[in-house]
Write a protein that binds this ligand. Structure first.
Ligand SMILES: NC(=O)c1ccc[n+]([C@@H]2O[C@H](COP(=O)([O-])OP(=O)(O)OC[C@H]3O[C@@H](n4cnc5c(N)ncnc54)[C@H](O)[C@@H]3O)[C@@H](O)[C@H]2O)c1
Length: 311
């Protein structure tokens, strides 16, 4: 049986990916420190091929033990997103970059790695020219810098694949509402209004189940895909923040949004991405942006973010 170790497997992506891997018949070991006190992997615990280590991805002996039997390693543990990295730069560098270098020194060369990078590595793209995997990387934040450094180390080390993920959206048992689509739908649903800064900035998006499918695809096609980076996004969803709001308004007609005349978004990412390279390997995303928005409306019907008000 093929064994896969997912480091940081209890997070937003891992909590969807791990059940998908188990469903494909892989044995899965998760190493995670459960940073958010999350209980998102409870559904996996009965599975006989699911193994769990609670610990830090920077702890050499923990990592050695967690990867001992792995044929594939998926390192997801990170301080994720520019604001979180800015708030704790030491954690960001030691986890996002140094722990990956340590992992590379601990794994045997025949252990394969499939790792997520962020397409925010492209920073500010050229107007209307789609970023391909050949486009020079220009990360704008410590988050982007550490993720790009980790990707470089993995590809230089060999026997690895890097998936440069678009901004992920959709439901996960460890939900994140700080991702752009998830955030905008949340505001549209709960506040009914949104003030947008730099509404023309374009980004690319991908549903979380299609992210899980991309990892499964990379594992199944490892030999033909290895030692390369691949953009992973919806090719029909290279859209601006204003266009995203219009799509949300189609499903929440009472949503009112307006572009601010003064002020800036600290997040300067603005790019259009080509996903042709991974599509040429036979990968096709299956969940549209509109289907994800409809899903999120149901998610926020369930979730209520409150605590300091009576109603
Ligand atoms: N969500 C996105 O839009 C997106 C896009 C591109 C790339 N990625 C990458 O995908 C990966 C997962 O992102 P996510 O959205 O699931 O984030 P997340 O914050 O939900 O998950 C991170 C996981 O790592 C764990 N963790 C944190 N510190 C740890 C430590 N010191 N030791 C062990 N575990 C630790 C957390 O408990 C959590 O389970 C990250 O590497 C991220 O950079 C995410």
């Amino acid at each position: 049986m093929t064994s896969i170790t997912v480091i940081g497997g209890a997070g937003y992506i891992g909590s969807v990916l791990v059940p998908a891997l188990l469903g494909q018949g892989y044995a899965v070991t998760v190493l995670d420190n459960f940073l958010f006190n999350q209980n998102s992997l409870l559904d996996c615990c009965l599975h006989p091929n699911f193994h769990l280590e609670r610990g830090d991805a920077r702890d050499e002996s923990m990592v050695k033990r967690a990867i001992a039997k792995a044929d594939y390693i998926i390192p997801l543990a990170a301080i994720v997103g520019a604001p979180a990295c800015k708030a704790d730069p030491t954690a960001a560098s030691t986890l996002n970059r140094d722990a990956i270098r340590m992992l590379l020194s601990l794994r045997s060369k025949d252990q394969r790695i499939v790792s997520p990078c962020t397409n925010s590595g492209y920073g500010i793209g050229q107007k209307s020219i789609a970023c391909t995997e050949e486009t020079p990387l220009n990360p704008l934040s410590l988050y982007g810098v550490t993720k790009v450094e980790a990707e470089r180390a993995i590809l230089d080390s060999g026997n690895g694949i890097s998936l440069r993920l678009a901004t992920v959206f959709g439901a996960s048992p460890r939900m994140r509402i700080d991702l752009l689509v998830n955030d905008f739908v949340h505001r549209a649903f709960s506040d009914r209004f949104l003030v947008i800064f730099e509404g023309h900035f374009k980004r690319n998006y991908i549903h979380i189940r299609d992210v899980a499918r991309a990892f499964l695809h990379a594992i199944a096609n490892f030999d033909t895909m290895k030692n390369e980076p691949y953009n992973v996004g919806l090719s029909d969803a290279n859209i601006s923040k204003l266009e995203l709001c219009a799509r949300i308004k189609e499903q929440i007609p009472s949503f009112y949004y307006v572009e601010a005349e003064i002020g800036q978004d600290p997040d300067k990412r603005d790019y259009v991405v080509s996903n042709a390279k991974i599509e040429a390997t036979g990968y096709q995303p299956q969940v549209s942006l509109d289907a994800g928005i409809a899903e999120l409306i149901k998610v926020y019907t369930i979730l209520r973010v409150k605590g300091y008000a009576n109603a």
